[in-house]
Design a protein around this ligand. Structure first.
Ligand code: ADP
Length: 404
């Protein structure tokens, strides 16, 4: 059975075509810079690469390009669309309604549309992907896997803000959390590596990519996470500020910044980029700090300090912790940042093995000392395989699976 996994964002669409259940990747790729003058498709198949450069107006057109490529006689991997049995979509916001992955029908589409109010940059492109598949592959089953779903087990005391309660009732203002597909995947992998059942692990999972979030996982379920009502809360990220005193925004409002400028400031101009003044990419910052750039060093220091603080807090919340997991582009590759984050966490039982840590770039491995009470793992993010598995399960058994 073939399952296509789609991750549609505002300016890119990533795809993976799997043979299931063995999760063999037949082809994968990405359409990038959608809406810009020169968009491009990178398509990987049978150990080869095929690229296309042309303007792609929107997600729908990007999907057309992907589907046409998959059936091309020269670079394609299938003969016709009937070979694709099901399509799994990453959907960012499922509100309080979706607590696990679901088969997509008109009602689900209406709900995803409704939650676009909470995720205006994400749910509309997700929907555009679903609709494009509906047009071109009307017989394929479609499944939605929500980034928020894994966090639906967070208790009320952890998801409520200390604001007037009516705001929760009227506008749904609460912590939703994001990156749930990734946190769930790495928590389950860590459980499996440790020979534990998937609901028999307590872990702090650190997804550190362009966006960063930390999750406390108790008995396999999310009980708290650093991102909140939106992905802005929590640790600093490439261009997002993470936690800050909201009064800073009121103060800047009084100084003449309008809401649009403040949104832009916190989401696009802060974080590693804002502090360093030069880059949101950890690779550049490490290089610059090695050359003695003090602001690049400060950006790294703030980033590591704030992540360490969250790990400490979640260790307290979890009581017993079996594992800390690093994933995402930074978590998987940035050896020195992992070391800096873990330095001084011995008190909570986390002891990194420096030599093991140095050897681990973009691969799955344990990086803690043999005596470390809490095991530390690097586990490459693989949201797409988690989506493929959910899609396969749901399509096969026709029953909603509980994938919290
Ligand atoms: P996304 O969240 O968009 O999926 P990734 O998980 O791929 O992004 O993370 C991208 C980030 O990972 C980059 O901005 C960069 O900071 C960091 N990164 C990628 N490769 C490396 C590396 N070799 N060393 C340090 N940081 C890296």
């Amino acid at each position: 059975m073939k399952v296509l996994v789609i991750n549609a964002g505002s300016s890119s669409v990533k795809y993976h075509l799997y043979n299931m259940p063995q999760a063999e990747v037949l082809a994968h790729g990405v359409v990038e810079r959608i809406g810009e003058e020169s968009s491009n498709l990178s398509h990987f198949f049978n150990g080869k690469t095929h690229t296309v450069q042309r303007k792609v107006e929107d997600v729908g057109e990007g999907m057309e390009l992907i589907l046409d490529t998959l059936v091309r006689t020269d670079v394609g991997v299938i003969q016709d669309f009937s070979e694709i049995n099901a399509v799994g979509h990453r959907v960012v916001h499922g509100g309080e309604e979706f607590t696990y992955s679901v088969n997509i029908d008109e009602k689900v589409i209406a709900s995803i549309e409704k939650y676009a109010d909470l995720a205006p940059l994400h749910n509309p492109p997700n929907l555009a992907g679903i609709r494009a598949i509906g047009r071109r592959l009307p017989d394929a089953k479609q499944v939605a896997c929500f980034d928020t779903a894994f966090h639906s087990t967070i208790p009320k005391a952890a998801y409520m803000y200390a604001l007037p309660y009516e705001l929760y009732e009227k506008y749904g203002i609460r912590r939703y959390g994001f990156h749930g597909i990734s946190h769930r995947y790495v928590a389950r992998r860590a459980a499996s590596i440790m020979g534990r059942g998937k609901y028999n692990i307590n872990a702090v999972t650190c997804h550190l990519g362009n966006g960063c979030s930390i999750t406390a996982v108790k008995q396999g379920r999310s009980i708290d996470t650093s991102m909140g009502f939106t992905p802005l809360e929590g640790v600093p990220m490439g261009t997002r500020s993470g936690d800050l005193d909201p009064s800073i925004l009121f103060y800047l409002g009084d100084k003449g910044y309008d809401v649009k400028a403040l949104k832009e400031l916190c989401n696009k101009k802060s974080g590693l980029l804002g502090i360093s003044g030069v880059s949101n990419d950890v690779r550049n910052l490490v290089e610059l700090s090695d050359q003695g750039d003090p602001r690049a060093q400060l950006a790294i220091d703030i980033f590591c300090y704030r992540i360490k603080k969250y790990i400490g807090v979640y260790c307290a919340v979890l009581d017993t912790v079996n594992a800390v997991v690093f994933t995402g582009g930074i978590g998987e590759n940035a050896v020195f940042l992992r070391q800096q984050i873990c330095t001084g966490l011995n008190q909570v039982g986390i002891q990194l093995d420096e030599e093991k840590n140095k050897m681990v770039v973009a691969k799955e491995a344990e990086i803690s000392t043999d005596g470390s009470r809490v095991k530390v793992f690097v586990i490459p993010a693989n949201e797409q395989v988690a989506i493929a598995n959910d899609t396969y399960e749901l399509t096969r058994c026709e029953q909603p699976i509980v994938s919290k």
